[in-house]
Design a protein around this ligand. Structure first.
Ligand SMILES: NC(=O)c1ccc[n+]([C@@H]2O[C@H](COP(=O)([O-])OP(=O)(O)OC[C@H]3O[C@@H](n4cnc5c(N)ncnc54)[C@H](O)[C@@H]3O)[C@@H](O)[C@H]2O)c1
Length: 190
């Protein structure tokens, strides 16, 4: 599979501490963002977070075309992911939960889209293990808060393709992040 289509539409799965910050970051870079989270009140909380982050993002410098109006929200994950070029996943840090969530995201997303997890300690090999298209699953691990701190650790699992990793590295660099490609995935106990 080629992963060379332009990345313009981002899906944010899970809009807690990390997902909300990623959403603000991607909006500031002029991308379309659709977010999904089943928690009650998640959309209002997300929009409040983005509004509060917008001042600092404006001071850092917005990409032409950047707008908070390009944020949409769906409590239902399926439509949120249907047209995503890249999914940034930020759900709860539990291996079984992530395995099931990744299988669901894999089903809901075009097969040539990238699926990146923000996970701090669950390996991509575990997360991709129930996917039909595991070659596009990887970790893009940010530091908190992602809209301020440029470093992103990128790592693939046993089934991740080099082309998907290369596309993720290129994408994160293009939006001003400082991606580092890690050679080996490591589970974390924290
Ligand atoms: N907090 C940090 O400092 C930090 C730093 C880097 C990476 N991470 C990673 O980011 C991820 C998210 O961490 P967090 O601190 O933002 O957690 P959080 O608890 O703040 O957010 C998790 C969100 O996932 C949502 N969620 C639950 N089920 C869902 C589903 N089925 N679909 C979509 N969303 C769902 C929850 O409602 C919640 O809003 C974790 O994998 C974590 O390891 C966290």
């Amino acid at each position: 599979m080629n992963y060379d289509k332009p990345i313009r539409r981002i899906a944010i799965v899970g809009t807690g501490v990390i997902g909300a910050s990623w959403a603000a970051q991607y909006l500031a870079r002029g991308l379309d963002v659709v977010a999904t989270d089943p928690a009650p009140g998640a959309e209002a909380k997300l929009r409040k977070y983005v509004d509060e982050a917008w001042g600092v993002l404006t001071a850092i410098g917005l990409t032409p075309g950047a707008s908070r109006d390009r944020l949409s929200f769906s409590a239902d994950m399926k439509p949120a992911l249907a047209h995503a070029d890249l999914v940034q996943e930020n759900g709860p840090e539990r291996p079984d939960f992530k395995m099931k969530l990744f299988a669901d995201m894999d089903d809901a997303t075009p097969p040539d889209s990238l699926i990146a997890s923000s996970s701090s300690g669950i390996t991509p090999s575990v997360m991709q293990s129930k996917c039909r298209f595991p070659e596009r699953v990887l970790v893009g691990h940010p530091f908190n808060p992602p809209h301020i701190i440029p470093l992103v650790e990128v790592v693939g699992g046993a089934e991740t393709s080099p082309a998907a990793l290369a596309q993720a590295m290129k994408f994160y660099a293009a939006i001003g992040k400082k991606p580092i490609l890690l050679r080996k995935e490591m589970p974390s106990s924290t």
